[in-house]
Design a protein around this ligand. Structure first.
Ligand SMILES: Cc1cc2nc3c(=O)[nH]c(=O)nc-3n(C[C@H](O)[C@H](O)[C@H](O)COP(=O)(O)OP(=O)(O)OC[C@H]3O[C@@H](n4cnc5c(N)ncnc54)[C@H](O)[C@@H]3O)c2cc1C
Length: 1002
């Protein structure tokens, strides 16, 4: 691939040689000796020398500021460093040699390590207070270097925090402006070619202005953010301060650019040139973004500054894309990022009359390219500056300044705890094998360091034609692992438009009648019910015909007669039907999402996860059945033994409304692919979505009589089918009360019945999340809010108890309440909604009774206002809940969260286990010992550590519990299909008259 940068290559080399010499200048012996003695340097050194140690050290550093005593720090130090991946350097071995975390040596080790982490942090963080940061920038100014200031504190999860972020910035610029009045303007910093530049510049993050910033809700996010940044921009203008907008994770990029571009075209802001935007060259679409920004700037008529960086979130972007099976938004190869950075530098600098450039890099080669272009094009100093991060490129900054360029240092300030994410990013960058800084430290040869980025001449690069099309090469997932369907990435505008179009289309198709399907025919019924939108109870989603007991009998008869043929249908044919169904579901994804959203009141991203799950169920069970169909042979001389499976017969599937598509599909296709004739009886409130499943399976080729759609009253036709002597399997998901009744009814042998029935029942939980002292509270608060109030607490996996150890109880509860308060409650087809209604009026009343009960047994800490017109229940938090309280023991299935205090981790675990249920559980902790212990001692079917407890993925997290949470094997797991099958063994004696074939004897 030819990239036209050669014009500047000779000059680039010359400048790079010069810069590199300055960054490698020899230090005097005393300075080196002092450095050798410093623990923070040792930590960095160790991290670079041993990959296992690097991981554990960074994890420990991340945890230390959260710990509240030296004893805990000592304990964590020992636990992290005793991991088997770690090769301990002798100095560390020495200080770890204690047995009691309360002992003097342990306390000394803790103090040493804390000091090391603090010194390390304040290498990259310019101070804790504004006064300290002012000192740091005054020092930089003495070296001829300007500044931009960033306030640390990244995860804004509550509106209170978003307001405080704005307030703190207003305070910051006021204080800085007052301070700079005493400063003399300095050529090359705030005086350039006789033009005065703002003396103060701050860098801000757009998402921090609104806690619910969400690409799925561009309008709502835009309104909130605009209102707040307008306040900042007005103050900044009044005080002569420049404002630069950082760029964060990829999912926010398009919305960030859209908001800023729109705002800066408004007359009030159109002539302001003291505002900046950041672009990240590691993004595959960043070059186009720059082209569009240039076009926009031409239209605007006044430049803004574009800070060009490579990007700080490569690891997390890569992980997120891989986990979601999305295209990786960042390049795969470091050389690709470097090359794109150079292309973008050139494009930006060649358009200097429209946009000012700020080149942010610590890579000498990358900066040299910029210098070479800027110097060749004689770009005026006002339009071009270089930038480095505080503590990352001090030598380089000085060397660039010496060449006569304007240089600015990005100086973050704030406390270590909120600054941890920033610190870890810097440590990763400093110690990554590919990073320029590390390679320079390792004294790699100058020629190699400053060589042009080299892309191998592989066919994929040749085919790509240009850098915008370099193919994404995902990390290979072993082919033995199941490949899950990808959820919709709602950050993609095109997909968002499709989702909205589907919602509109489905809204136009409401109110139709859906009839039962019996023996391949849609049949009329005498009774009908309306399925309504829980967000707007007046809105009828569809009218459903309910079958009578006679029709249930007909359906069972039809199933019985279809069974012999279906049983003998080759597995490959049954499997092909499931695969086709999965493809249809994928092609109708947005439409199905819309039906789920409207019929059961679920917001689109969660409906979308359900459709992925249903697709996965089809494909996974298809693959599983193919595996099982091979059976097992165990042959010995003279005897063959064949182990194989046959279907049980007739399966009755009784599905719930809370996962109307995924669970109903999963249970149904499991029964079908194993060769059973299946009757699907959905919950009444989700019958329209169930009718769509049947529509899809029929289209995919399920023969007449093999699948029947039998909506009806659970207590009448449901019970009739459960008790019927021809029923073999009942697959049920729903309440404990109904599940237990089905289990009991199915156990009774009916007249004519010649088999025992199999019951698979998934019934519910009283799921707890434990928060210990070491937990990352940003992560824990957000995770608990999502787990407790996602789908209004109506997932069987939802968190309904959070058990917090007392050392962090108050801090956690305060943020939990604020974060929940910041959630938007509303109709689920509004993009701003996070919490919707509950399913129907019965549920609303039942949950309200629990809330009344909760008020008598604990402290009501939060009850939110809710809209009218739907089945809304106020999201409610109770604190100081006694472990034995009703609201801490009974499943509520709604937006009610009980917060319990535990004196320590052992007590928290005991409280968590003290219920009738064992479905899901969670732990937020960075204590290795606690993480190990919950794996063994937390009695739940699905345990989630440092993540939400909802959203199990087929094959990756097969789902289901034990105790009174259910009976049967996990859905989406390797044992599930066995429940629909009878295993058989056929043994044949193949000896005749003492003769049997013996291999090799012919
Ligand atoms: C003043 C300033 C402001 C900044 N503001 C922001 C900001 O708003 N948003 C932001 O995200 N970052 C920002 N950064 C951080 C910046 O992204 C990193 O410091 C920078 O990417 C490091 O690049 P480098 O040229 O210094 O180092 P180099 O070592 O040359 O390059 C490191 C870059 O290569 C990428 N990389 C590493 N491995 C691979 C691979 N296998 N495939 C593809 N790429 C790879 C890394 O992700 C990183 O971006 C800012 C930096 C500065 C100096």
């Amino acid at each position: 691939m030819v990239v036209e940068l050669n014009t500047y290559e000779a000059k680039t080399q010359e400048i790079a040689q010069e810069l590199i010499a300055s960054t490698r200048s020899k230090k005097n012996i005393l300075a080196r000796m002092q450095e050798q003695m410093r623990w923070d340097d040792k930590v960095l050194d160790w991290a670079m020398s041993n990959p296992g140690l690097r991981v554990q050290l960074f994890r420990l550093i991340d945890t230390i500021p959260a710990l509240q005593s030296k004893t805990e720090i000592a304990r964590h130090l020992q636990q992290y460093m005793s991991d088997e991946s770690v090769e301990l350097p002798s100095t560390l071995k020495g200080i770890l040699n204690f047995t009691d975390a309360n002992s003097f040596p342990a306390q000394t080790a803790a103090a040493t390590m804390t000091k090391a982490v603090e010194s390390l942090a304040y290498k990259y963080i310019s101070g804790e207070t504004i006064a300290e940061v002012i000192k740091a920038i005054e020092k930089a100014r003495k070296d001829g270097i300007g500044f931009t200031i960033d306030l640390l504190g990244e995860a804004v999860i509550t509106e209170k925090e978003a307001h405080s972020y704005l307030e703190k910035y207003l305070e910051l610029i006021e204080q800085l402006s007052a301070k700079v009045k005493a400063w003399k303007r300095q050529e090359g910093i705030d005086l350039v070619d006789s033009e005065t530049l703002p003396q103060v510049q701050v860098s801000v993050k757009l998402t921090a202005f609104y806690s619910q910033f969400d690409p799925l809700d561009p309008q709502g996010s835009k309104e909130k953010v605009r209102a707040r940044i307008k306040v900042l921009l007005a103050k900044a203008q009044e005080l002569g301060t420049a404002v630069h907008f950082d760029m964060e994770q990829y999912q926010y990029k398009d919305l960030t650019l859209a908001i800023l571009k729109e705002l800066l075209l408004e007359p009030k802001y159109r002539d302001r040139t003291d505002i900046g935007i950041t672009l990240q060259a590691y993004l595959r679409d960043s070059y186009q973004d720059l082209e569009q920004l240039i076009a926009w700037a031409k239209e605007r008529g006044n430049p803004v500054t574009v800070r060009l960086v490579k990007g700080a979130y490569w690891d997390s972007e890569t992980i997120k894309a891989e986990q979601n099976h999305w295209q990786q938004p960042v390049y795969n190869q470091k050389a690709e990022t470097d090359l794109n950075f150079e292309r973008m530098t050139r494009l930006l600098l060649e358009n200097h009359q429209y946009l000012y450039a700020a080149i942010g890099s610590h890579n000498v080669r990358s900066q040299a390219v910029a210098c070479a272009i800027a110097e060749s094009l004689k770009i005026p100093s006002r339009r071009f500056e270089m930038q480095v991060l505080y503590g990352m490129g001090d030598q380089l900054a000085k060397a660039l300044g010496k060449r006569g360029h304007r240089v600015r240092v990005y100086a973050p300030y704030g406390k270590l705890l909120p600054g941890m994410a920033y610190l870890i990013r810097r440590l990763l960058e400093n110690t990554a094998n590919t990073s320029f800084l590390r390679q320079n430290l390792a004294n790699k040869s100058v020629e190699e360091l400053i060589a042009p980025p080299n892309l191998p001449a592989t066919p994929s690069y040749e085919e790509a034609g240009d850098m915008n099309n370099i193919p994404h090469t995902p990390h290979p997932i072993p082919h033995t692992l199941f490949q899950n369907a990808a959820d919709t990435d709602y950050a993609d505008r095109e997909l968002r438009t499709k989702a909205q179009q589907a919602l509109a289309k489905v809204s136009d198709a409401l109110g139709k009648t859906y009839l039962p399907l019996i023996d391949g025919e849609y049949v009329e019924t005498t009774e009908y019910i309306n399925s309504v939108n829980p967000s707007r109870e007046q809105e009828i989603i569809g009218k459903i015909g309910l079958i009578s007991v006679e029709q249930a009998e007909n359906a069972l008869k039809a199933a019985k007669s279809a069974f012999p043929l279906w049983k003998n249908t080759p597995v490959a044919e049954r499997v092909a039907i499931l695969q086709k169904a999965a493809d249809i579901m994928e092609s109708r994804r947005h439409e199905i999402n819309a039906w789920i959203c409207l019929e059961v009141g679920k917001i689109l991203p969660q409906a979308d996860g359900e459709v992925s799950e249903a697709i996965d169920f089809c494909r996974y069970y298809a693959a599983e059945m193919t595996r099982l169909d091979a059976g097992y042979n165990y042959d010995v001389l003279g005897e063959t033994n064949r182990y194989f499976y046959q279907p049980k017969g007739i399966a009755v599937v009784i599905s719930p409304w809370n996962f109307p598509f995924a669970i109903a599909t999963g249970m149904t296709v499991a029964a079908l692919v194993t060769g059973n004739c299946t009757l699907l009886k959905p919950a009444e409130t989700s019958s329209v979505v169930a009718a769509k499943i049947v529509e899809i399976l029929v289209e995919a080729g399920i023969p007449k009589g093999v699948l029947q759609f039998v909506p009806g009253k659970g207590s009448v036709v449901g019970a009739y089918m459960v008790k019927h002597p021809d029923t073999h399997v009942i697959a049920f998901t729903g309440s404990r009360e109904v599940g237990c009744r089905i289990y009991a009814d199915a156990a009774i042998l009916q007249p004519r019945q010649k088999h025992l029935k199999k019951v698979i029942a998934e019934m519910g939980g009283k799921n707890a999340i434990i928060i210990d002292e070491s937990a990352d509270l940003d992560q824990a608060v957000a995770g608990v809010v999502y787990s407790a109030f996602g789908y209004t607490g109506q997932k069987c996996s939802a968190c309904s108890r959070v058990i917090v150890v007392e050392t962090v109880y108050d801090a956690f509860v305060e943020r939990l309440i604020e974060a929940t308060k910041s959630q938007n409650i509303g109709e689920t087809d509004l993009p701003s909604t996070q919490i919707g209604p509950v399913i129907d009026s019965t549920a609303r009343d039942r949950i309200s009774e629990y809330i009344a009960q909760g008020k008598t047994e604990s402290n009501l800490a939060l009850s939110m206002d809710v809209p009218t017109g739907g089945y809304f229940v106020p999201p409610t938090i109770f604190t100081d809940v006694p472990p034995e309280a009703t609201i801490a023991q009974e499943e509520i299935f709604g937006p009610v969260l009980a917060v319990l205090k535990a004196s320590n981790f052992d007590e928290a675990l005991a409280i968590a286990n003290n219920t009738d249920y064992a479905l899901t559980g969670g732990l937020y902790s960075r204590t290795p010992e606690h993480i190990t212990r919950v794996g063994q001692e937390f009695e739940v079917g699905n345990l989630y550590i440092n993540r939400t407890t909802i959203g199990a993925i087929v094959a990756r997290q097969p789902f289901g519990g034990f105790k009174l949470s259910g009976v049967g094997s996990k859905a989406g797991g390797a044992d599930y299909l066995l429940q629909f099958l009878e295993p058989r063994v056929v043994t044949e004696n193949i000896q005749r008259q003492g003769f049997a074939p013996i291999e090799g004897n012919d």
